[in-house]
Ligand binder design. Structure first.
Ligand SMILES: CC(C)(COP(=O)(O)OP(=O)(O)OC[C@H]1O[C@@H](n2cnc3c(N)ncnc32)[C@H](O)[C@@H]1OP(=O)(O)O)[C@@H](O)C(=O)NCCC(=O)NCCS
Length: 148
């Protein structure tokens, strides 16, 4: 299979994850916040950061925060040179499969305003799930959910 969704494990994996997040999600023109490579949420109970590999090469990232029958999909990014080639759609399908496998029936996301169209194409629907999350870098996000 050319695509693989793999939990981050080795120091090399963490480097790849941070590099994609920094370049895509924390680029200076996107957010005026410093990226923290040691954020406790990346290692909190139930939270799993993943790499999307294409033929063994890291081209995307996502973190899934598992909370029983629901899970929150966070920090979704495809490396800039690989965007708009269908990898995001594959990432979404692999996330859904991984979540289903772990007993999740409903996914949640705080979608960046310019990514709402992407989520809609992947079957997500706007639905408020926790307004208290819409602060800081997520203040303009649109909450969406997807039933699995
Ligand atoms: C959003 C993102 C993950 C999508 O990944 P991608 O690989 O570019 O998406 P795909 O090529 O698989 O596109 C899937 C579909 O969504 C559409 N799409 C992709 N990005 C879109 C966007 N920003 N707005 C509207 N539609 C979009 C594509 O046109 C495609 O539709 P089609 O199949 O009808 O042609 C990626 O562009 C990215 O990392 N963007 C910057 C970071 C970001 O916004 N992350 C989400 C934060 S919540």
């Amino acid at each position: 299979m050319p695509h693989e969704l793999r939990p981050v494990s080795s120091p090399e994996d963490w480097k790849r994850l941070h590099a994609i997040r920094r370049a895509v999600l924390f680029a200076p023109d996107r957010h005026a916040v410093d990226y923290d490579e040691n954020h406790p949420d990346d290692r909190a109970e139930g939270n799993i950061p993943f790499l999307l590999l294409l033929d063994g090469r890291a081209i995307g990232v996502v973190r899934i925060d598992f909370r029983g029958a629901t899970a929150v999909v966070r920090l979704v990014a495809i490396a800039e040179a690989e965007q708009r080639k269908g990898h995001g759609r594959t990432l979404d399908a692999l996330v859904a499969a991984e979540a289903r496998r772990r007993g999740v029936s409903s996914l949640r996301v705080n979608a960046a305003p310019d990514a709402v169209g992407y989520y809609e194409k992947a079957g997500w629907l706007p639905a408020s799930w926790d307004r208290s999350e819409l602060v800081g870098i997520a203040k303009d996000c649109v909450q969406m959910t997807k039933a699995l």
